[in-house]
Design a protein around this ligand. Structure first.
Ligand code: GUN
Length: 283
């Protein structure tokens, strides 16, 4: 078997076209969906990420502001800035890029964002909404993974999904989303004694560890769907995921590549959440 590639760029293009149409409809009513991106410090990876987020907004009819602050900004000043953005009617979504400098309590900063503007889905109110099935914002990366499964018409009911990784940003919310769609879900992590025994039972595997070759062909049941959330560099410095793509492609039915898989979907779902926030604000 050679797995079918789930193309995150192609799917993003479709979903972003829908965002652009909905943004246009809001603008016709005099409301431009607005995202504030806050970056503290000069982490090079964060600089690239925020630039891409702002550009994606501009390309799809959303307004965005990028607020950059020196790494020496005090936590109190950042909290004050977030509170001002909470009150700003032109801003529907607020994203504080992580990681923050070491002298700041990132969770405290996230909790300062109004849940109605928490387009990253990191606030505890958003986490609680996801857990209980209430309306809220879903974290963008696992939300993008769900859209990828939807794009291949995959019905999760009765299927066994194995999530490798238990972060608050990907692993845990991913498991809850899969559960909501009636999958039987197993979360594996660094203390799981026999990862291969778990993954071999899986119909769907989501690898979200941040380490190369966490999932190899011998760990995958023939015909399984494999989603790769990893973003790593190989020995040649090339971008690669957590999955041994070459090997697993020969076993899986569907697989997401790195780059061009889950990565572009994360920004796409940020646009979707921001638009949703703007639409909710008009109701
Ligand atoms: N840092 C790395 N990924 C993300 C993300 O999705 N959102 C925020 N706020 N910070 C990040």
């Amino acid at each position: 078997m050679t797995a079918q590639i789930i193309d995150g760029n192609a799917l993003s293009k479709q979903l972003r076209a829908d965002v652009a149409t909905r943004a246009q409809a809001l603008r016709a009513k005099g409301i431009t969906p607005g995202l504030a991106v806050v970056l503290v410090g000069d982490n090079p990876a964060s600089q690239v990420y925020v630039r891409n987020k702002v550009k994606a907004c501009e390309d799809n009819g959303l307004f965005s502001v990028l607020e950059k602050y020196d790494a020496s900004l005090s936590e109190a000043d950042l909290l004050a800035r977030v509170k001002a953005l909470n009150k700003d009617p032109a801003i529907h979504g607020i994203l504080v890029q992580l990681p923050l400098p070491g002298h700041m309590d990132a969770q405290k900063v996230i909790e300062a964002i109004s849940p109605s503007k928490d387009v990253d889905g990191f606030h505890i109110a958003s986490a609680g909404a996801l857990m209980t099935g209430m309306p809220g914002f879903w974290p963008c990366t696992p939300y993008g993974c769900m859209k990828m499964l939807e794009s291949i018409g995959y019905d999760l009911r009765g299927k066994h999904a194995v999530v490798i990784g238990r972060s608050n940003i990907v692993g845990k919310p991913m498991a809850l989303m899969l559960l909501q769609k009636n999958a039987t879900v197993t979360i594996c992590h660094s203390a799981t004694p026999d990862l291969k025994a778990m993954t071999l039972q899986a119909d769907v595997i989501v690898a979200a560890v941040g380490k190369r070759n966490v999932l190899t062909a011998d760990m995958v049941k023939p015909g399984a769907v494999v989603l790769d959330v990893g973003m790593n560099r190989n020995d040649e410095g090339k971008l690669c995921g957590d999955v041994d793509f070459e090997g697993v492609t020969a076993v899986a039915s569907h697989i997401t590549p790195v780059p061009g898989g889950v990565g572009p979907m994360t920004i796409t779902m940020l646009l979707v959440n921001t638009l949703e926030a703007a639409e909710r604000a008009t109701k």
